[in-house]
Design a protein around this ligand. Structure first.
Ligand code: COA
Length: 166
């Protein structure tokens, strides 16, 4: 049975999501490290993790790190069986809206340089830039493109930090 996109719910992550995040979204990662990093994010005042839920299972993840009026998007991932249904788009839209509400004026992300479709997707979503960088990883590292988006404050801004409007 195929899950309709209307059945996908984007919400803030909870510690109970650790199992699905490890088994469905990050199956190549150590489950304990996935849980520890989630616990770290949930306690961190500048990090917000959002997940996509379908039929009670967590099938997607994104995170927003805020420092003053700058933000960085990372950790975008959708479970392999749920790809190509618009879930990443929904997660990214939610993270961008959250950034706007948090008062972020410049949002950045790093995209793998060897996936042109992903770069094209981010550009369709409003990100700009072409500066290349080398991202050191435990697996050796990867060439990435640094993308950014300038943001204007939301209409009627003034909400407290950390607000989530789902
Ligand atoms: C990247 C990833 C999150 C995309 O998730 P997804 O839910 O399948 O993406 P969506 O269905 O929302 O598609 C987003 C856009 O990319 C396009 N797209 C998605 N997968 C694609 C593919 N394999 N080839 C070409 N285009 C693709 C879609 O057409 C869509 O474009 P549109 O919204 O402008 O019409 C998913 O493939 C994934 O988890 N990959 C492994 C982790 C990763 O690479 N994360 C990105 C780190 S920067």
């Amino acid at each position: 049975m195929t899950t309709a996109l209307s059945d996908i719910h984007i919400r803030p992550a909870r510690l109970e999501d650790a199992g699905d995040l490890a088994s469905l979204c990050f199956p190549e990662e150590d489950a304990g490290r996935v849980r520890d990093y989630l616990a770290f994010c949930l306690c961190h005042p500048h990090i917000t993790r959002l997940v996509a839920e379908a039929n009670g299972r967590v099938v997607g993840n994104i995170e927003l790190v805020r420092w003053k009026d700058k933000g960085e998007i990372g950790g975008l991932c959708v479970a392999a069986a749920f790809r190509r249904r618009g879930i990443a788009r929904r997660l990214l839209e939610a993270a961008v809206e959250l950034a706007r509400r948090q008062g972020i004026r410049r949002l950045e992300l790093y995209a793998p340089a060897d996936q042109p479709w992903l770069l094209a997707f981010y550009r369709r979503m409003g990100f700009d830039g072409a500066e290349k960088a080398w991202l050191p990883l435990t697996t050796g590292g990867a060439e990435v493109v640094r993308l950014h988006m300038g943001m204007s404050p939301p209409c009627g801004s003034g909400e407290p930090d950390g607000i989530w409007v789902g």
